[in-house]
Write a protein that binds this ligand. Structure first.
Ligand SMILES: *Cc1c(COP(=O)(O)O)cnc(C)c1O
Length: 421
């Protein structure tokens, strides 16, 4: 469900014609829909309304300040993985006591900052991390609320680059060592064991891996309580998938996900923390690019765009599928032909789609990549010295640039040539 649709033959973002934005900010650009963001947040939070649930939007999916502010106004907390994300979340008005800190490589400096601002919880992923956090907290005379992240060793059945809950990857503590780590957390000064955390991967389209993982967590909570530990919170991570392909089966609805959680985790009487990212932001954003050239090599047709892999890396990095829509609605009887959509970057991987059946394009046409709101702008780079592309937020009939395009001078501002050269 999103608010990008054709009206009078032109793609609109809510009430705004996409070509109007292109004229104003130039191409390529990202465009986000407020109505879609808030709807996704509401559907998700409504699903958990009968539970003691804290929703911590996963900032890494889309960390634009205006997106964060939109979600903060809905009551969202944040799941952050770096000091930079923590600063963004606070700047956007997310209260510190609704912020949880995930990630395998927190530094002492990051821990100190997070303690100073008073975050809700540290999701700790290793024993050395727990020791360091204990030292940092002790030095400050403070106590860090800790939930060890358990690796439940279940296969999330998603793309290998976004599966995180098996023992072959770097995330979490081995399931078998949970008891020992919780004991360590209880014994260490400056640490308060408050709960357990799990996150098994991203773009999950099936509830079964979740159910397996959460059942293991519930079992562990019972064992830990029997061993005398206080476990008041369980953080169940994020990862619920969204439809990308028009023929994809609908992923489970948040209501089904919540019902399963209520059944498995509800009886524990814990605070439940959820960290949705893609589900909130994914379908709330598009990337718009302009056709520079149409080129044929033998029997292949290439549509060469001004957007590239450095702007939207998901197709090259995750083999991801994005629907590609012409901004001008094609005629009902337009013939489709197989087109390779590519960018100008000097890498064969700079390919968005291969032999995609599409209406014909001409230089100057605008194209929209759907479902680009999550892991789009945040993963962009200036590879090939291409400036980061702007981000625009639409709200009904108005829009605003929420990150402008840097000029070349700004792009080079941090670089200098040593005086010996
Ligand atoms: C990436 C991540 C999320 C969000 O994942 P989505 O698939 O975007 O919902 C949540 N928690 C942790 C720990 C993550 O690393």
């Amino acid at each position: 469900m999103h608010h990008f649709e054709y009206r009078n033959g032109v793609l609109h973002a809510e009430g705004v014609p996409v070509p109007d934005i292109a004229r104003d900010v130039g191409t390529p650009f990202y465009c986000y829909s407020t109505a879609t963001l808030t709807r996704h947040y509401q559907v998700f939070s409504d699903a958990f309304s009968s539970m003691d649930a804290l929703i911590c939007y996963s900032v890494k999916a889309n960390s634009n300040l205006a997106v964060l502010k939109t979600l903060a106004r809905q009551g969202s907390g944040a799941d952050i993985v770096s000091e930079g994300e923590l600063q963004r979340a606070l700047m956007a008005g997310m209260p510190a006591d609704k912020i949880v800190f995930s990630g395998v490589g927190k530094t002492a400096g990051e821990m100190a900052y997070a303690l100073d601002v008073g975050i809700h919880q540290f999701n700790v992923e290793s024993e050395p991390e727990l020791y360091l956090l204990s030292q940092v907290a002790q030095q400050k005379g403070m106590t860090a609320a800790v939930a060890p992240r358990i690796n439940p060793d279940v296969d999330a059945r998603t793309h290998k680059k976004i599966t995180t809950g098996t023992q072959q990857n770097k995330f979490g503590l081995p399931w078998e060592s949970a008891g020992a780590v919780c004991q360590m957390a209880t014994d260490l000064p400056g640490i308060e064991l408050v709960g357990l955390d799990v996150h098994i991967g991203s773009q999950l389209t099936d509830l079964e891996p979740y159910e397996n993982a959460f059942s293991r967590v519930a079992e562990l909570v019972r064992e830990l309580r029997e061993a005398g530990h206080t476990i008041d919170r369980v953080d169940l991570g994020g990862g619920l998938g969204i439809p990308y392909h028009p023929e994809d089966a609908e992923p489970p609805h948040p209501d089904q996900y919540a019902a399963m959680i209520e059944r498995i985790i509800g009886p524990l009487n814990c605070e439940i923390i959820l960290e949705p990212g893609r589900l909130i932001a994914g379908n709330a954003g598009i990337m718009v690019a302009e056709v520079i050239y149409v080129k044929t090599n033998g029997d292949r047709t290439f549509v060469i765009l001004d957007g590239a892999m450095n702007d939207l890396i998901r197709p090259s990095f995750y083999d991801a599928y994005h629907q590609i829509w012409p901004v001008t609605e094609p005629a009902e009887d337009a013939v489709s032909l197989p087109i390779d959509f590519v960018g100008p970057v000097c890498e064969s991987a700079d390919t968005f789609a291969v032999q995609r059946m599409s209406p014909p394009y001409q230089a100057g046409d605008l194209v929209a990549f759907l479902s680009a709101g999550a892991y789009g702008a945040v993963m962009s780079s200036s590879y090939n010295s291409r400036p980061l592309i702007p981000e625009v937020l639409v709200d009904a009939d108005r829009f605003a640039v929420t990150r402008r395009r840097p000029d070349f001078q700004e792009m080079l501002a941090g670089e200098s040539i040593p005086d010996w050269l």
